[in-house]
Ligand binder design. Structure first.
Ligand SMILES: Cc1ncc(COP(=O)(O)O)c(C=O)c1O
Length: 405
């Protein structure tokens, strides 16, 4: 396996550099992943050769751009196993995808309705619902999280009544690493007539998603956390739901006919894509998916679990380290604090050793508060990380301890 990982690392030019005089150990994949050369090449080829606006040009370059852009949508459809490209809406990322649902699907909500989210959500899956509640008079309910960092499923069962119109839940928590039982959540929510939005920002990079097998109503993710570019993301929505939803933003591209007395909207997916889209971003994201498709993703996931097992083993030998989130089902996202040390100081000392982690509240303040910490250190791993890098993290932490504890 380690030979394969070293071969794959060579596909990611950013990994082969020194930072602060040390080989880069990049453990901030939850924030954003690095890009394989194939993605960099696809974007640069688009700008060097095909650059043009989509859907409206009467010339060859525009045809080429449109074809590549719509082919990218088909690549995403296939990746998610969605039934139709009409169900694949380009957004700027997970945040915009959730805002789209909150504004558009949310337009039908009224006083007496409830939205159910969990205590471990990213702010992107909290604030849009809070704002919707303010607009509509609906009520926001929160599924509690246990001490280990798992959803309290008996509490979920109690909260789930026919007042709930939408359940919004994160697939993998960016702060705790917890993998949530979304199959169960979706089935139970459907039984009371609620729709379900899955925040897939942290899951897509680790394993394949099948929105039809999951029966998810909405699924959101960001390209940049999936080895693709920033500024592009996807909202998957079931066609019947999207058809019934009003547009989110308005302007060009999303209309069929405009006069000063009325406007007829374009069909799906364009109804939700006003203005010139991120064409190069979509093409880059499709290149990332094609890159992933030629890998054995199950084997790479097993490698990530081996990294996690080593992390857990090394952590158990460091009594000053307190895990923030220790769920039974956990992705390779490792949040912790070193007792007595501020996470930002730990991050700075690790950076001096070439080790990139994230520190702070990870845009998940409520769950940090529940764990009684202002923030944590988060080392988030990808398939291109190695067991040696796990060890480098702990060597780095030993050094940090000498300064801080
Ligand atoms: C779980 C989760 N949801 C949503 C987001 C927001 O993603 P983006 O900033 O790409 O829109 C993130 C980003 O860290 C995340 O980890």
């Amino acid at each position: 396996m380690s030979d394969l990982i070293h071969t794959l690392r060579a596909d990611f030019p950013a990994l082969a550099q020194q930072v602060n005089g040390k080989p880069l150990v990049y453990l901030d994949n939850g924030a954003t992943t690095h890009k394989p050369q194939a993605v960099i090449d696809a974007i640069s080829q688009f700008y060097a050769q095909d650059n043009s606006n989509v859907h409206r040009g009467a010339h060859t370059l525009s045809d080429r751009a449109t074809q590549a852009f719509e082919q990218a949508r088909e690549t995403v459809r296939d990746f998610l196993n969605a039934g139709s490209t009409k169900e694949i809406i380009w957004t700027r990322g997970t945040t915009e995808a959730i805002n789209l649902v909150a504004h558009s699907f949310g337009a039908q909500l009224q006083a007496g309705d409830q939205i159910l989210i969990s205590a471990m959500e990213h702010h992107a899956n909290i604030v849009p619902w809070q704002m919707l509640c303010e607009r509509s008079g609906a009520e926001l309910k929160v599924i509690p999280v246990t001490e280990r960092g798992e959803l309290d499923m008996p509490a979920f069962d109690e909260l789930l009544t026919d007042k709930v119109k939408l359940v919004g839940v994160v697939h993998v928590s960016n702060a705790l690493g917890t993998i949530n039982p979304i199959e169960d959540i979706i089935a139970k929510a459907h039984a009371v007539g609620a729709k379900v939005l899955i925040d897939g920002a942290q899951s897509v990079a680790h394993w394949d998603i099948d929105v039809r097998a999951l029966d998810a109503d909405f699924f959101a993710f960001s390209g940049h956390k999936l080895f693709g570019p920033t500024g592009i993301g996807v909202l998957y929505g079931k066609q019947a739901l999207l058809e019934a939803m009003p547009p989110y933003q308005t302007g060009g591209e999303m209309i069929e006919h405009v006069s000063f007395s009325s406007t007829r909207f374009n069909g799906l997916p364009f109804k939700f894509e006003s203005g010139t889209p991120n064409i190069a971003g979509a093409i880059g994201l499709a290149a990332a998916i094609r890159y992933l498709n030629q890998l054995d993703r199950d084997a790479l996931l097993q490698h990530e679990y081996a990294l996690l097992a080593r992390l857990r083993e090394r952590a158990s030998d460091m009594p000053e380290l307190r895990l923030i989130g220790d769920a039974e089902h956990k992705a390779s996202i490792f949040g912790f604090v070193l007792n007595g040390a501020h996470p930002a100081d730990v991050g700075t000392l690790l950076d001096q050793q070439g080790i990139a982690v994230r520190t702070g509240h990870h845009c998940a303040m409520p769950i940090m508060e529940q764990f009684g910490v202002p923030g944590s250190v988060r080392a988030s791993f990808s398939f291109y990380n190695t067991l040696d890098e796990v060890d480098a993290l702990f060597t780095g932490l030993e050094k940090a301890k000498l300064f801080l504890l």
